[in-house]
Design a protein around this ligand. Structure first.
Ligand SMILES: [Zn+2]
Length: 473
């Protein structure tokens, strides 16, 4: 990385959103970072003479955001499926694209997504990497992640086989031995979706996860896909645990929620994707009622943004919209909104840390924690003034362009609004351009365009009994 990396950094006089219980919001406050750790939080802190001073006045310092489910490998096709439903996604992506992917394409997508995360203040990303058809693909995924000094979780998956098949291979075990070395910035999970097989062949992969001592992440409660029956089979075989992240869950029943809650599982909500594609309604209201740990995720930037500001905003809007719809259906009105901006910010930070088992190290600003920090400050953006409600400002007003400074494990990756990884970005741009060109060259033009503009249902105009003669136009 082409940047200075001072061992001590002090942020001066910012509004600090700690996400810690009891002292969530501190004003005119300094945060001192030494050797990758937060060593002091307070006013007028003494700092080592060598410390880099960052003026945080007029800005908001908060923990780095944590995205608990992103298919980073798909980022090279950013925006191609902007008009897709989930059915479109399965049809176009899996029929036309995925079989043509090489390890280089996974590398390109992962590198671009990793840089995007750093730029947007997402210091930890769970790479839900289900395109790993061989370990050559997995090596490419990790090669890209280790090119960028962010915190990543490789959630290893392979859509082309049952997880009981690929997780049993020698090459998979060799990969884990070679690449997952306990290094702090790269951890590991197993990613798969439940089959419809009543014999529960997935039992074998739960055994592998236990043996490797790693967590599991699974799409669950996706309309038309994974459902209550899959979750019930997991329960019947005694594998539900607090080491599982269930992704989406909007289409699961209350019974499944109760099983998840009773076993300490957590849920990753991808509201933008769920609203656009139709996995099931963003379930944060239901999760709150069941007391289930909640985190946020961006899913796939083929369809929606890869940006946690949008994830937070979409989630707050969807949650409140449902509250209003339910109230109106009962002939009532919502006087006080239930979900608060600070709650959503918690989902995006400490909730994510809890989901991946790292809440003792990251997810909040407290002495002793690793310094994954984001300063949101942009004096050039009129929308960054005034800051009256800091958590609300982050969720409802700010955007990725307002991310001023990012630290991961105490290391500067963005400063003064500039990503300090420009050589990596140039490389990612070349790799992605090559990936898109090759994919497009391998398809006929009609197939490419069909994916770009899926057919659109007719809209039947509602018959209007009123006819006025004099309306303009
Ligand atoms: Zn997903």
């Amino acid at each position: 990385m082409t940047t200075e990396n001072p061992t001590a950094i002090v942020f001066r006089r910012g509004i600090v959103l700690t996400m810690e219980p009891g002292r969530p919001e501190l004003h005119d406050t300094d945060v001192l970072v030494e050797n990758g750790r937060i060593t002091a939080v307070g006013t007028g802190l003494a700092a080592p003479r060598s410390a880099l001073e960052i003026d945080a006045a007029g800005g908001i310092l908060m923990p780095g955001m944590i995205d608990t489910h992103r298919h980073m490998w798909q980022t090279a096709q950013r925006g191609y499926g902007s008009d897709w439903s989930l059915t479109n996604y399965f049809y176009f992506y899996y029929i036309n694209h995925v079989h043509a992917f090489r390890p280089e394409d996974v590398y390109a997508g992962n590198l671009l997504a990793a840089l995007e995360s750093m730029n947007a203040g997402v210091t930890t990303t769970v790479d839900w990497s289900h395109g790993l058809r061989t370990t050559d693909y997995a090596d490419a995924a990790v090669d890209a992640l280790t090119r960028v000094p962010g915190r990543f979780v490789l959630a290893y998956g392979n859509y082309a086989q049952g997880p009981w098949e690929w997780s049993a291979t020698r090459e998979f075990r060799d990969f884990v031995d070679r690449r997952i070395t306990g290094e702090d910035l790269l951890s590991f999970q197993i990613a798969f979706d439940m089959s419809a097989d009543p014999a529960f062949p997935e039992k074998a992969v739960f055994d592998v996860a236990r043996e490797l001592d790693v967590r599991i992440t699974t799409h669950a409660g996706v309309w038309g896909g994974s459902d209550d029956a899959g979750l019930r089979r997991m329960a019947d075989h005694g594998v539900l645990s607090d080491r599982i992240t269930y992704v989406h869950t909007g289409s699961l029943s209350d019974d499944s929620y109760q099983r998840i809650a009773a076993t300490g599982g957590n849920v990753s909500v991808a509201t933008e994707s769920e609203s656009a594609a139709g996995q099931g309604y963003s379930p944060t209201r239901r999760l709150r009622r069941h007391g289930i740990t909640t985190s946020l995720s961006t899913d796939s930037s083929v369809l929606v943004s890869g940006d946690m500001f949008h994830a937070m905003r979409a989630t707050l809007g969807a949650d409140r919209a449902l509250g209003h719809i339910e109230a109106h259906a009962a002939g009532e009105t919502v006087t006080d909104n239930e979900l608060r901006a600070a709650d959503v910010l918690r989902y995006a930070t400490l909730g994510g840390a809890e989901a991946i088992g790292l809440a003792d190290r990251i997810g909040s600003i407290a002495v002793g924690k690793r310094a994954d920090l984001v300063l949101i400050k942009n004096d050039r953006n009129p929308a960054m003034f005034p800051i009256i409600h800091p958590a609300g400002h982050v969720v409802q007003q700010a955007n990725a362009g307002d991310v001023h400074t990012v630290l991961v494990d105490g290391r500067l990756v963005k400063k003064d609004g500039v990503l300090l990884l420009d050589t990596r970005l140039a490389e990612a741009r070349r790799a992605v351009r090559d990936s898109v060109d090759r994919l497009r060259d391998g398809m006929d033009e009609a197939a490419w365009n069909a994916g770009l503009t899926p057919s659109r249902p007719d809209i039947a105009l509602i018959d209007n009994p009123y006819h006025y003669g004099n309306h303009a136009g």
